[in-house]
Design a protein around this ligand. Structure first.
Ligand SMILES: [Mg+2]
Length: 273
């Protein structure tokens, strides 16, 4: 049976392979003329997603692990003799639109869990593919950015806060409840890769991140979830409950992540008003 420390080495090897594979594909993105329509972008991202996924699956096979891989592109892949021993949750490219438009903010996200719940995640890696920054976490051993321990923001009041909010294809109902909060946020941000933005909450780059659309998949969040928890940041539902959704591409999630409980409470209070 693999230990959590074995797993982090395996994830770091996966990361190395992806970092080698992605740059040549980036040049293709820059080649003119590029049709940025849904078709072209969709095809390109599919190609990159598949290449990154294949590279990761092959690295896992080489490491001779037994696991069930849950990925966006291919769905479920079982490898080894006892695939139910570990679940590897994979998002080869988080921030696909950024990737196809040449916006330098996207990441690879890999989480390992002992079961199909978020709480079962014990090892995680989110790799910023542009800036050579890798976030990692092992359950009960803290969260790290390029091997340096990270802690979230200590800013406790709204007046100074920088807060990320995902409003993409939001419904009028949630937009309405967010409106009062949005006008109070002095520095509002959304960079377009939610796993990476959650890591920004974990290391205090931003103070909170809100996504209450109910559209993000649990599989997109799995790795960042552990990184956040291990950094001591807060991530919960709007009601202040823990996230207990099953990890499957069909499961969607709504949440507030914050650097500390004071910021979390203020956001929830504003949203419930
Ligand atoms: Mg993706």
């Amino acid at each position: 049976m693999r230990t959590k420390n074995d797993w982090i080495t395996i994830l770091e090897n996966c990361n190395k392979v992806v970092q080698k594979k992605i740059p040549p594909l980036l040049q293709k993105v820059a080649e003119p003329p590029v049709d940025y329509g849904i078709g072209a972008g969709g095809d390109l991202i599919k190609k990159v997603d598949l290449e990154a996924e294949t590279a990761i699956v092959n690295t896992l096979k080489k490491a001779k692990v037994s696991c069930t891989i849950i990925s966006e592109e291919t769905g479920t892949i079982k490898i080894g003799k006892t695939p139910e021993e570990n679940y590897v949750i994979l998002d080869p490219i988080d921030g696909s639109t950024n990737f196809t438009r040449g916006i330098p903010f996207y990441a690879t996200s890999i989480a390992v869990s002992k079961n199909q719940t978020l709480d079962g995640v014990h090892t995680a890696l989110v790799s910023d593919l542009i800036h050579n920054i890798t976030y990692t976490a092992i359950k009960k051993q803290g969260a790290y950015k390029n091997n340096e321990k990270i802690t979230p923001s200590k800013i406790k009041s709204f007046e100074k806060a920088t807060i990320g909010v995902d409003l993409n294809t939001d419904q009028p109902k949630t937009l309405k409840s967010l409106a009062k909060l949005l006008i109070k946020i002095p520095h509002l941000r959304h960079f377009g890769a939610n796993a990476l933005e959650l890591c920004y909450v974990a290391d205090g780059t931003i103070d909170a991140f809100i996504d209450i659309r109910g559209k993000l998949r649990t599989t997109d969040l799995a790795a960042a979830f552990l990184i956040l928890k291990e950094s001591n940041a807060t991530i919960m539902t709007l009601k202040g409950d823990p996230l207990t959704e099953k990890m499957a591409p069909t499961e969607k999630i709504a949440f507030v992540a914050a650097g500390n409980s004071q910021i979390f409470s203020q956001i929830v209070k504003e949203l419930s008003n």
